[in-house]
Design a protein around this ligand. Sequence first.
Ligand SMILES: [Zn+2]
Length: 83
Amino acid sequence: MNGMILSEKHIKKTQKRRRCEWCGEHIEQGDPSMVINAVWDDFQSVRFHPECHDGWSNSKMGLDDEWELHAQERGKPLEKGTL
Ligand SMILES: [Zn+2]
């Protein structure tokens, strides 16, 4: 199964309080966030803190590598093979 990123968008002010998929902490209303729209098994839209998006980008993972939602440290990349 091939994953594909459709879009990455920087939101200056988040409209509604959300949970970051990377670290599991809240993204407060009015704070910046990143939205990734992608197709993995099906269409998905995930929300990250900007620093968690950096952590995700800096993780040495391919698009098809799995990672656990809400289980990473805020802003930190995930080392491959730690799951
Ligand atoms: Zn986060």
